[in-house]
Design a binder for this molecule. Structure first.
Ligand code: NAP
Ligand code: HSE
Length: 435
């Protein structure tokens, strides 16, 4: 039998990431061949609109809008899915696996929701499925969790894992920029999802945190296990007051394990300026990982964009091709093997930043602090200043650690108090001395 010289790739999607994949495969061909022992060739490309003009013109002859041109081509060994979304990406991936083709994808929506089913099909068929680009773009964090930390027990992961929202928050903080305008910039730069709601409302980060928690804690975390709040309500005023008190606002994912109980959340969070994650700016992502044995580690890099994301996709391709050569395809995956125990709200502790508008009367601050004291919540910082031309007052409070359910109770009570005219904002505060 003739010896295989080239691994042939069917590329599904030729947008931001797909274009980067072609550029890297073409530009790094010699290195890829030296590492894998095979050439890597993009054999066919699936798109939605074959008539669209593309920044790489030389691939025109292999572009199709018929998925079966890739799925039914016996020469194609590997499908790279960079279409995004659930359908038809899921159907195409399952069909590729059914036909014995390996899969590389950048699709966190799909892997967070249907990863279990896809990995099971891959195992049945002896195929590889890798999805490094699905979390934190160019940072090889999934490989680090699965391989680098395989000997340790991870207790905490904190991540800035959405480039679009970090880009927006950075511009709002550093330039006082307008939210809507910066979102448009992030879309033009290819960072945002086709529907940017999933970026700004925190769902994209939540999917990534579900993937990180599944791999890091070895439990089958689901998207609905993640508490999610996005950045659409974050105002310039919140950012300015945060700064005044020494904080930056970041959309932060936290996955924490205490004993066997786990909590995972994504929400805008105040971080002390001295915290390493507070200086992660623009489209950059970072993931902090704490392991029982290793202690603290941190991974930093570009979280989105054409070439950074494509490096992760092509590195997965390299692994697939190496496995093909070694005849060990489909054997590298370890399914989550631990029972999932989720914390109750009474077991989730955090510090909080509150901004409230109150009546400017004697004793108001005392009533607010009493309400907090009744729930055993003590204060770290208090700032009060006139509001609305002095007819009202604005109070900013930062608490010590409080249980999530106690803080929710406090907020409910505040909304019923006559002296409280509006609860403007409530953010989690992470990092600092008391943890
Ligand atoms: P994109 O620029 O919107 O490109 C999507 C591509 O898929 C386009 O080429 C489009 O065809 C094609 N497509 C869409 N629907 C299709 C369908 N029904 N059938 C066939 N082809 C279809 O998206 P992207 O930014 O490259 O993102 C791709 C994936 O990577 C997503 O899962 C995303 O979450 C993930 N990701 C993106 C980044 C990033 O920085 N952009 C980073 C990490 C992960 P046309 O070209 O004809 O429209
Ligand atoms: N929209 C995503 C982000 C792309 O902004 O992080 C990378 O997954």
């Amino acid at each position: 039998m003739e010896k295989k010289q080239t691994a042939k790739v069917g590329l599904m999607g030729f947008g931001t990431v797909g274009t980067g994949v072609v550029r890297i495969i073409q530009g790094h061909q010699e290195d890829l061949q030296k590492q894998t022992g095979l050439g890597i060739e993009v054999h066919k490309i699936l798109v939605q609109d074959p008539g669209k003009s593309r920044s790489i013109d030389s691939m025109k002859h292999i572009i199709t809008s018929n998925p079966n041109d890739l799925l039914d081509d016996p020469e194609i060994d590997i499908i790279v899915e960079v279409i995004g979304g659930i359908s038809p990406a899921k159907e195409y991936i399952l069909a590729a696996l059914e036909r014995g083709k390996h899969v590389v994808t950048a699709n966190k929506d799909l892997m967070a929701l249907h990863g279990g089913e896809i990995l099971q099909k891959a195992q049945e068929k002896g195929c590889d499925v890798f999805y490094e680009a699905s979390v934190a773009g160019g940072i090889p964090i999934l490989r680090a969790l699965v391989e680098g930390f395989s000997s340790d027990r991870i207790t905490k992961m904190m991540g800035i894992v959405n480039g679009t929202t970090n880009y927006i928050l950075t511009k709002m903080s550093q330039e006082g920029a307008d939210y809507g305008e910066v979102l448009k910039e992030a879309q033009a730069l290819g960072y945002a999802e086709a529907d940017p709601t999933s970026d700004v409302e925190g769902f994209d980060a939540a999917r990534k945190m579900a993937i990180l928690a599944t791999l890091g804690f070895r439990v089958p975390m689901k998207l609905e296990d993640v508490d999610v709040k996005g950045i659409s309500q974050v105002s310039k005023e919140d950012i300015a007051y945060g700064k005044k008190l020494g904080y930056e606002v970041k959309l932060l994912g936290i996955a924490r394990r205490d004993g066997e109980a786990i909590e995972v959340s994504v929400q805008p969070t105040m971080l002390p300026k001295s915290h390493p994650l507070a200086s992660v700016n623009g489209v950059f992502n970072a993931v902090y990982v704490h392991g029982e044995a290793v202690g603290e580690t941190m991974f930093y890099g570009p979280g989105a964009g054409e070439l950074p994301t494509a490096t992760a996709v092509v590195s997965d391709l390299v692994t697939v091709v190496k496995n093909m050569k070694l005849g060990v395809s489909g054997r590298g995956m370890v399914a989550p093997y631990k029972e999932k125990i989720l914390k109750e709200d009474s077991e989730k502790f955090s510090k909080y930043f509150l901004r409230i508008i109150v009546a400017d009367k004697r004793g108001v601050l005392a009533q607010i602090t009493q309400l907090l004291a009744d729930k055993n919540i003590s204060l770290v910082q208090v700032l009060q200043q006139p509001y609305n031309g002095g007819t009202q007052a604005e109070i900013i409070l930062v608490t010590h650690l409080a249980a999530k359910c106690d803080m929710e109770n406090v907020l409910k009570h505040m909304q019923e108090m006559e002296i409280v005219h509006e609860v403007k904002s409530c953010y989690r505060v992470e990092g600092g001395d008391s943890e």
